[in-house]
Design a protein. Structure first.
Length: 252
């Protein structure tokens, strides 16, 4: 289980390492070049790629979740940034300035771009493919297993919670309604979830031992992922974007 969304798109067929390269470029370039146009361009490219992967709608709830945080950035920076001088508008006793709003826009574009870049990787890449690609490049299996577990823990816990909630409801437990009823249902729900996590951990440890996880022999892979022709070109473009941003910052 993971947040991966299966779609027949060219973005899904790209190598996971190529998407990691894009994340590196999407994160570093807007910070190296602190200009709104650059951050806007990176965010626009990211969401075009999400649309090409047919997963852009999956990012909208995440943007809705961070919207209050972004709004607070505009309020705080627009009113209280030390460099504020040019008044743009006022709402009653609240004064908003151009410098603060401009900086808030830059921060918001960076956040939106970073969220989109990581969503591009998570939504279009199977965790197993990502870990295999890293292990093929020399990542130790132990670290690969930890990364794979981290990527899957949230969906697995959510699935376990849903199953246990349905089972407890079938036994007559009230999980909806008043706040007091939900508080009373918390412990009957959280206890089985924690115990289920311990059981799954034990099962995984036994399965790893059976599969000779600690073996020091050279490993082979059951599924060999085909490289997409665009992978090399995209990696070069990401590296070139980072280099150009560094050169622009040094020269500027």
């Amino acid at each position: 289980m993971s947040l991966y969304v299966d779609r027949p798109s060219v973005i899904h067929r790209l190598d996971p390492l190529t998407k990691l390269c894009y994340i590196a470029a999407a994160v570093t370039v807007p910070f190296i070049c602190p200009v709104k146009s650059v951050a806007l361009l990176v965010a626009a490219v990211t969401y075009i790629l999400l649309a090409a992967g047919r997963v852009v709608t999956k990012v909208l709830p995440l943007l809705g979740f961070v919207a209050p945080v972004l709004l607070s950035i505009f309020i705080i920076q627009g009113m209280f940034m030390p460099d504020n001088h040019a008044l743009v508008f006022r709402i009653g006793p609240l004064y908003f300035y151009k410098e603060g709003l401009s900086y808030a826009a830059l921060l918001s574009l960076r956040v939106i771009g970073i969220l989109g870049a990581f969503s591009l990787l998570v939504l279009t890449t199977k965790p197993s493919d990502l870990i295999q690609a890293l292990m093929e490049k020399g990542l130790p299996p132990e670290i690969g297993y930890v990364l794979n577990a981290v990527l899957q823990i949230i969906p697995q816990m959510a699935n376990a919670l849903q199953r246990i909630t349905d089972a407890q409801r079938a036994r007559g437990l009230e999980t909806d309604g008043r706040l007091l009823d939900r508080i009373k249902a918390f412990f009957p729900l959280i206890g089985p979830v924690v115990m289920n996590a311990f059981v799954e951990t034990k099962d995984r440890a036994m399965a790893l031992e059976v599969r000779a996880f600690n073996s020091k022999t050279k490993r082979t892979f059951l599924h060999v992922r085909k490289k997409h022709p665009a992978d090399v070109a995209l990696r070069i473009m990401c590296l070139a974007a980072i280099i150009l941003a560094v050169v622009w910052r040094l020269v500027g």
